[in-house]
Design a protein around this ligand. Sequence first.
Ligand code: ZN
Length: 241
Amino acid sequence: MRYAVLSDIHGNLEALRAVLVACETEVDGVLCLGDIVGYGADPVACLELIAERGAVLVAGNHEHGVAGHLDLEWFNPVARTAVAWTATQLGTDHRGYIGALPLTAGLAGATLVHASPLHPDEWSYLFSAQDGLGAFAGFEGRLCFVGHSHRPGHWSVGSSGPRYRAGASPILLEAGRRYIINVGSVGQPRDRDPRACFAIWDIAARSITMRRVAYDVQATRQKILRAGLPRLLADRLRVGA
Ligand code: ZN
């Protein structure tokens, strides 16, 4: 089985469609690590597309904000504006749907979680080598997929010592090592590469390949501006930061 692992779509329909087209002949299913909504102008369309295509989904902090599970004070002012706007776009059914998504899920021995496997409801960011290496106690098994920071990278632990590598490098899973993989962000990359980022997990080949896909950033920017969302949310997509 091969899965596309997507995170942090953030209402960016152009990026989501480009990713689904790019991987459709390569994968058997789609996994989603949350933050389907928030920041972008197409929360409903992204939610419906992922609800239809996604084999396994978990909630992100933006789903929890929109569903009323997470106080808006938790968010920075720009994110708070986007969460409040997104809540006005979603009907009761959609809000109920995202509010009921689980915080973690398991598939073929892997754990799926938005932020950190250690206390998923605290929405901690795994940025540094130390952040990730300290999170291995939060899950069992060999593999955990995360998002949330919008920056691809991976951490691993095993008999040859701990390792951390930032960036979208290919990963061959070694026997006896445990891994946390950050799959980056589909809809709002923050690693200075504006292309949509996601991972392809090939279970039989024991490999994870990070992929980048260009999409129509200008169309997404215009929708964000037309919706009256903060300009920063449109402009950061151009540079991927
Ligand atoms: Zn996010």
